[in-house]
Design a protein around this ligand. Structure first.
Ligand code: F0G
Length: 412
């Protein structure tokens, strides 16, 4: 935070103005806010022009929920397809300035993709530790493509973190997991963008997926700084949504209001948030309490349905991001989110990160019989499935197929 209290209107103008500049750090949606980033110097910043992501309206989901207004901040539209880029540009730049040769992280896939890309840009060596068989192919392919030393450990994410903490004690490697404070500095900037994109009207709710639980606190920090500097007069309620099979924060909030957290063995198809022992849970509790938000959990069926609904808006996201819409449904159902209020969903990853999940869903191969739920639940899930139709190379056959699709879409 700068020593002299900045002038909000001058900064709002400057941040907008930088977007039209041809200089790399001005074009970055992180570094154009550099006046509020405690990271100098700026001459060796490693940027892929991250940030500046779209804030989309979600008219179909809003109508289904009876909300006037629903927005999605799509952080999957970052250069490596996830929100991790905003933190990585900041922390990797610090690694360069500090003279490190090696950077490393443990990851469920997105951090490793981002770190590998930014390390490649900077000419640093990078090492990722990922749980074998537990990350989406899209993410694994990125780490390899950007030239990282990719090590798959026979364990889960929590096991990778354990091994990495030992490695950083024994070797001069710069740790780029989300406990790195500079990552949070970068990851606070989407809060500034959301406010900018809402013309400085503060949304009532921001809904975030919860895994290692750093992102919710980074955003909370961003909104809190905006309030302390006089840009806004209140902050949104920040709510965190976890998958039922990876819900240590949810359990902790239910059991003792976040006083202590019992790690769990995590199991969810939303592999990005398959984390049982989240590093930043205390910070997450602080954000929930200080903003008045909630922690909710959602089932595999609810995640799959919400993901298909976000896809049907023409937007799409990876499974971990879809927990936000699934969780919002619960918050609306019992009135915690009012129909007149504005909510912003944080979509953290691009739909192509985990296309295997999407394909399985549309082929009807994703969920088990038990997970599909009641006949009504099943009908809802099936209603959004669009499996490919295989035909001979014959125009008549194709025309018959679209005719029958049109008929099945007509109201009875
Ligand atoms: N959404 C996606 C797509 C993620 O990749 C992650 C975390 C989260 C949500 C949760 O954010 O950990 O700050 O609560 N992915 C990390 C990784 C753990 O290694 O890529 P969080």
């Amino acid at each position: 935070m700068p020593k002299n209290r900045p002038n909000p209107s001058a900064l709002r103008y400057l941040w907008q103005e930088r977007r039209t500049s041809t200089i790399g750090i001005d074009q970055s949606g992180v570094w154009r806010f550099r006046d509020l980033l405690p990271i100098v110097p700026h001459d060796r910043v490693v940027t892929l022009r991250e940030g500046n992501t779209p804030l989309y309206e979600m008219p179909k989901s809003a109508a289904a929920l009876g909300l006037n207004w629903l927005l999605a901040k799509h952080q999957g539209m970052n250069p490596t397809g996830s929100f991790k880029d905003t933190g990585m540009t900041a922390a990797l730049s610090v690694a360069v300035a500090s003279g490190f040769e090696w950077v490393a992280c443990a990851s469920t896939g997105n951090t490793s993709a981002a770190m590998a890309a930014y390390a490649a840009r900077a000419g640093l060596r990078s090492m990722v530790l990922i749980p074998e068989g537990k990350i989406a192919w899209g993410k694994l392919s990125q780490a390899m493509d950007y030239g990282s030393t990719t090590i798959q450990l026979r364990t889960d994410f929590d096991g990778c973190v354990r091994v990495l903490s030992e490695i950083v004690q024994r070797a001069p490697v710069y740790l780029l997991n989300s406990v790195n404070p500079y990552r949070l500095e970068g990851q606070k900037t989407p809060a500034f963008e959301i406010l900018e994109q809402c013309e400085w009207q503060v949304p009532h709710h921001v809904i975030v997926p919860g895994g290692n639980l750093a992102n919710c606190s980074a955003l909370g920090k961003g909104f809190a700084e905006m309030m302390h500097l006089g840009f806004i007069h209140r902050v949104p309620k920040i709510s965190v949504i976890q998958a039922e099979g990876a819900n240590p924060l949810y359990q902790s909030m239910q059991a003792n209001g976040g006083a202590s957290l019992e790690p769990v063995t995590a199991n969810t198809r939303a592999s990005a948030i398959q984390i049982g022992n989240p590093a930043s849970w205390k910070k997450a509790v602080k954000i929930l309490v200080s903003t008045g938000g909630w922690c909710e959990q959602v089932s595999e069926r609810e995640i799959a349905l919400a993901k298909a609904e976000i896809g049907a808006e023409g937007i799409g996201c990876e499974p971990a991001s879809a927990v936000t819409l699934a969780g919002l449904k619960k918050l609306v159902a019992d009135g915690r989110v009012g129909k007149e209020e504005t909510a912003v969903l944080l979509l953290t990853g691009h739909t192509l990160k985990d296309s295997e999940y999407t394909i399985k869903y549309h082929l009807g191969e994703l969920l088990t019989e038990a997970e599909m739920g009641s006949a009504e639940d099943r009908a809802q899930l099936n209603g959004l499935r669009h499996a490919p139709i295989v035909l001979d190379a014959d125009a008549d056959a194709v025309l018959r197929a679209i005719d029958s699709q049109a008929r099945s879409a007509m109201p009875a």
